[in-house]
Design a protein around this ligand. Structure first.
Ligand code: 5CA
Length: 446
């Protein structure tokens, strides 16, 4: 992509409505534009990152054996009356009437609709286990939409639903989701800690939230500092293995880590004092096991091997895809702007031409652009007729992890400069060596 042709409405001033750094930087970097309270348009740069996050989620769901599907955003109220949630959900639900006066709603989550699909088509234990998910827009009429995409009213969520014959099978699905979520967040450059939480309007007793520690987080959390030493890394887990998934669950959830809703001061105080931590966190996902709550209410049963019909055991599992963008920025920025982790960066490297119009500099930039593109990498080339200072400021603001600076002086010596956004360190290298280095950095990521 060439910056001269890109739609990147960068703001010079800090927007006054933004209270936290991620919201400020998303507006300044031209990623989003608010259209109404808690409702945003995703401009090309923001949308590109959103797609990257979605792709990671899709890849990790496929790895865990879950099937992608898509359900409508507008649903019939009748379905929600069956589960009792049409009334229970309260003011957060956006209710709509169609021209025939029929009551509809904009989906805040989709347990009812998926259960309706299940009961229409599945009647035997032989079709289980089954897990399907979607990445779809949700609407919750939040009392206080704020912090940009962090607490929106319209937001993008991955929601997945498992159907199992027994409680044990459903708990395996729960553990399997925990494992796949750990891997998903790590690929996004985040440490998200599973914490025992409250199940709220979804229901059930077993639930964990995944929290990214950040001062601006909306949740108060209490944990044993030992949980922050854990990392999933590149372990090869067999998602079909009950033991493998249970072992990861045990490792990541046996230490004290809870949100304020489930906090137990007595248990917390039993942790050695030097390991007790109170902090704030951003909830980027939540998994639930709620047994037969929906299947019983809606008549979703299957025949057991002995022929007896039983309600299926279910759970649901959510990832806040649009919120994640804010969480990543909260975790990775400096006073100049965003610093994207390599796994989610919108473009792999920026090319800054210090002297646009200089035949040699232009040719060197074009050659770099072509070589990187040929490797399957996406460069963002700042080919505008602007001062170097302005070009650097834009690159720093939008946060690409690597910048290649090309100027007539370096080219006389056969070199360009490769700069790391994270460390600020630069190295002078021949253009071919820069291309080889970037290929190496992104091998296995891009
Ligand atoms: N049905 C379940 C799981 S699919 C469910 O709805 N879970 S949830 O309520 O916990 O939402 C899943 C995730 O969506 C949350 O962990 C959070 O990351 C994200 N989320 C929830 N509300 C908002 C909001 N108002 N703005 C942005 N993201 C949100």
């Amino acid at each position: 992509m060439r910056l001269s042709r890109y739609f990147l409405p960068v703001l010079k001033e800090n927007p006054s409505e933004a209270q936290i750094v991620s919201h400020r930087l998303m507006l300044r970097a031209g990623m989003i534009k608010q259209s109404a309270a808690g409702i945003y348009s995703w401009l090309p740069l923001g949308f590109k990152i959103l797609r990257k996050l979605e792709n990671i989620v899709h890849e990790e769901q496929a790895r865990a054996g879950h099937m992608a599907m898509l359900m409508p955003t507008i649903q019939s109220a009748d379905l929600w009356r069956e589960s009792g949630r049409y009334d229970a959900y309260g003011e957060e639900m956006l209710r709509i009437k169609d021209r025939g006066g029929r009551e509809m709603l904009f989906t805040p989550t989709a347990e009812e609709l998926i259960t309706d699909i299940f009961r229409a088509h599945v009647s035997s234990y032989k079709d289980l286990p089954l897990t399907m998910y979607q990445i779809q827009w949700k609407f919750r009429d939040e009392v206080r939409p704020r912090f940009g995409v962090m607490r929106g009213r319209e937001f993008l969520m991955k929601d997945g639903y498992n159907f199992d014959l027994t409680k044990e099978d459903a708990l395996h699905a729960y553990n399997r989701h925990l494992v796949s979520y750990l891997r998903t967040y790590e690929r996004m450059g985040l440490q998200a800690i599973p914490m025992r939480a409250d199940s709220g309007p979804i229901g059930g007793d077993d639930t964990h939230e995944f929290l990214v520690l950040a001062e601006t987080g909306e949740s108060e959390v209490f944990y044993d500092s030992a949980v922050t030493d854990l990392s999933f890394g590149d372990r090869d887990i067999d998602y079909g293995s009950v033991e493998d998934c249970a072992a990861v669950m045990e490792e990541f959830t046996s230490r004290y880590a809870r949100t304020d809703e489930t906090h137990d001061p007595a248990l917390f105080n039993a942790i050695p004092e030097e390991r007790r931590r109170t902090a704030r966190g951003i909830e980027v996902g939540q998994i639930f096991y709620f047994g037969t709550k929906y299947s019983e209410a809606m008549g979703a049963t299957v025949q057991r091997p002995d022929g007896k019909p039983v309600p299926v055991h279910m759970g649901s599992h959510g990832i806040g895809v649009s919120r994640l963008m804010g969480a990543i920025i909260e975790a990775s920025h400096d006073d100049k702007g965003i610093i994207w982790p390599e796994g989610v960066t919108p473009y792999h490297a920026g090319i800054v031409n210090l002297k646009q119009g200089d035949a040699e500099a232009d040719a060197a930039c074009e050659a770099l652009y072509a070589s990187l593109t040929a490797l399957g990498l996406e460069p963002l080339y700042d080919d505008r007729n602007e001062r170097a200072g302005g070009k650097f400021a834009t690159m720093d603001l939008i946060g690409l992890p690597w910048r290649i600076t090309v100027g007539p002086r370096g080219l006389k010596n056969g070199v360009v400069e490769l700069t790391s956004r994270r460390t600020g360190e630069s190295e002078e290298l021949p253009p071919e060596a820069v291309v080889a280095r970037l290929a190496q950095i992104y091998a296995g990521i891009a």
